[in-house]
Design a binder for this molecule. Structure first.
Ligand code: PFF
Length: 471
C-alpha cells in the first residue's frame, strides 16, 4: 500500500490524545452524579477498587495489544485481532471493537452539539429565557419533547450545532492523526484544565452565598458530595453501587470500547506503554475526582440544596440544574460560558477517539483513501445522528444505546481483551511485550491481577448485572 504510515509525533502526543479521549462528559457530569447518588465516600471505595482491578490492567492490556497489532500493520480492531490470533474467525471477534464506537458516535456527537449550543447561548447571555423553566428550555432546545424533529429556538435550534460539530469532527479526522486529533488534544486539553481550575476556585470560594440558608455552604456541599452517607458498610452491600462504579471506570477511561487499541496501534514498536498508559489514567482521574467531583454537584448543592441535586441524571445535571445554578452565581454568565466551553472541548477530544476506529476499519477493510473513508463516515454519522435525533423524544434512542453499550458492550470487550492478554497470548509473553521499551516496570503482583483477578472481577460484575436484570 502506498499510503504513508500514520503516527503520533511523540509519546506526549499519544498521552494527550488518550487523555483527551478519556476526559469527557463522563468526568464532569456522569461521575459527580453517580458519586452523589451512591453516597460519595462509599462510591469512591468501589470506584478505586474498580480502577485498580479493571481500569489500570485493561488499559495496559489495550495499549499492549494495540501496539502489537499496529506493528503488524493493523489499526482496526478486527485487524488487530487477526494479527494477534492468526485465525480466520479472529477478525469477526474483533468487529465488536469497531461496532461499539460506531454506535457510540451516533449519539455522542448529538450530545456534543448540545454542549456547543449551550456554550454559544451562555456566551451570548441567552441561556435563560424569562418565564421558561430550564427543563423546558432543554427539552425544546434539544428536541427531546417534540415528536420527531427538533424545533427552532433561541439562537437557533440545536440542529445548526449538530451540523457544525459533524463538520468539525470530520475535518479534524481528515487532517489525520497528528495534524488533526493530536493537535486538537494538545490545544484543547490544557485549555480545558485551565477552565476547570478557574471553575474549581470559583466553587471553593463561594462561602455561604445566601445568609438565609446557612446550611448551604462550601463545606456542607463537599460533605454532601463526599460523606459516605448513613453507613459505608450498608452502602457497600448494594450490588448496584459496584456495577455503577465499574461501568463508570470503563466509560471514563474509554476502555472496552475499541478506542485505545486503535490509538495504541499508531505507536512505534518500542514506544513506552506502561508509563504512558498510567499517565493518561492519572490525567483522567485528576479531571474526574479533583475537577468533576468538586465543581458540578457541590456548586449545585450550594445554590439549590440537596433536594435540587438528588436523583438528577447525567444530562439533567449538566443541562437543566447547572444553568439554574449559574443564574444564581455572581458573574454567572462568565462561569456558565467557561463551563460549557469546557464541556464542549471535553466532548470533541472524546468524539474524535470514537470516530478514528471507524476510519481505521474503513481504510483497512476496503483500502480506502482518507477522503473516501471520511466521506463514508460522514454518511454513517448523518444517518446515525439523524436517527438518534429523530427519536430524541424523552431521549429514548440515546438512552437505549447508551445502556446496552455501557452495561454489556464494554464488559464483553474488556473481558475479551484481558483474557487475550492473560490466557490466549499467555501472561509471560504479554508481560514481555508490555515491557518492550517500557519506562516503568510494573510491579510483579499485577501479573496475578491481570491473569486471575481482573477476569474474575469482570465476570462477577457482569453476573451481578444479569441477575439484576433477570431476577
Ligand atoms: N471517556 C469519555 C468520558 O468520560 O466522557 C467518554 C467516551 C469517550 C466514551 C470515548 C466513549 C468513547 F469511545
Amino acid at each position: 500500500m502506498s499510503r504513508p504510515q500514520e503516527a503520533w509525533t511523540s509519546n506526549l502526543g499519544v498521552i494527550f490524545a488518550v487523555a483527551g479521549s478519556a476526559v469527557g462528559l463522563g468526568n464532569f457530569l456522569r461521575f459527580p452524579g453517580l458519586a452523589a447518588q451512591y453516597g460519595g465516600g462509599a462510591f469512591m471505595i468501589a470506584y478505586f477498587v474498580s480502577l485498580l482491578v479493571i481500569g489500570v490492567p485493561v488499559c495496559w492490556a489495550e495499549w499492549t495489544v494495540g501496539r502489537h497489532g499496529g506493528h503488524h500493520g493493523y489499526h482496526s480492531s478486527p485487524g488487530i485481532f487477526h494479527a494477534l490470533l492468526r485465525r480466520r474467525w479472529a477478525k469477526y471477534f474483533g468487529s465488536i471493537g469497531f461496532l461499539i464506537p460506531m454506535l457510540v458516535c451516533m449519539y455522542y456527537v448529538y450530545v456534543e452539539a448540545w454542549c456547543l449550543g449551550y456554550a454559544v447561548n451562555a456566551i451570548s447571555g441567552r441561556l435563560s429565557v424569562p418565564g421558561m423553566h430550564y427543563g423546558e428550555f432543554f427539552a425544546t432546545y434539544t428536541g427531546a419533547n417534540v415528536d420527531g424533529v427538533a424545533v427552532k429556538f433561541g439562537l437557533g435550534d440545536v440542529g445548526i450545532f449538530v451540523v457544525i460539530v459533524l463538520l468539525l469532527n470530520l475535518y479534524l479526522l481528515y487532517r489525520g492523526l497528528s495534524k488533526g486529533i493530536e493537535l486538537a488534544c494538545r490545544v484543547g486539553m490544557p485549555l480545558l484544565v485551565g477552565l476547570g481550575l478557574i471553575l474549581l476556585v470559583r466553587v471553593l470560594t463561594l462561602g455561604t452565598p445566601d445568609p438565609a440558608r446557612p446550611g448551604q455552604n462550601v463545606l456542607t456541599a463537599l460533605g454532601f458530595m463526599w460523606n459516605p452517607g448513613d453507613s459505608v458498610l450498608a452502602s457497600l452491600r448494594n450490588p448496584q453501587l459496584w456495577l455503577a462504579a465499574a461501568g463508570q471506570v470503563f466509560f471514563s477511561l474509554s476502555i472496552g470500547l475499541g478506542v485505545i487499541i486503535t490509538y495504541a496501534s499508531y505507536l512505534r514498536k518500542t514506544d513506552d506503554v506502561t508509563l504512558s498508559g498510567l499517565t493518561a489514567v492519572s490525567a483522567n482521574e485528576f479531571c474526574e475526582v479533583a475537577l468533576g467531583g468538586m465543581i458540578t454537584v457541590p456548586a449545585a448543592f450550594i445554590f439549590l440544596g440537596a433536594a435540587g441535586v438528588a436523583g438528577q441524571g447525567t444530562f439533567a445535571l449538566g443541562f437543566i440544574v447547572l444553568p439554574e445554578v449559574f443564574a444564581h452565581m455572581p458573574a454567572g454568565v462568565l462561569f456558565a460560558s467557561a463551563f460549557f466551553v469546557l464541556l464542549f472541548l471535553a466532548a470533541v477530544t472524546s468524539s474524535l477517539s470514537i470516530l478514528q476506529p471507524v476510519i481505521a476499519f474503513l481504510e483497512e477493510a476496503f483500502a480506502m483513501r482518507r477522503a473516501v473513508s471520511v466521506s463514508w463516515l460522514a454518511l454513517v454519522m448523518i444517518l446515525g445522528t439523524g436517527f438518534v435525533w429523530y427519536f430524541s423524544k424523552d431521549l429514548k434512542a440515546l438512552d437505549t444505546i447508551d445502556f446496552w453499550i455501557g452495561n454489556v458492550g464494554v464488559f464483553l470487550q474488556g473481558t475479551v481483551i484481558i483474557l487475550l492478554f492473560g490466557w490466549v497470548i499467555g501472561i509471560e509473553k504479554s508481560w514481555r511485550e508490555m515491557h518492550r521499551g517500557a519506562a516503568l516496570r510494573v510491579p510483579g503482583f499485577f501479573r496475578i491481577v491481570m491473569r486471575y483477578i481482573t477476569p474474575l472481577y469482570l465476570i462477577t460484575i457482569f453476573t451481578l448485572f444479569l441477575l439484576d436484570k433477570v431476577v
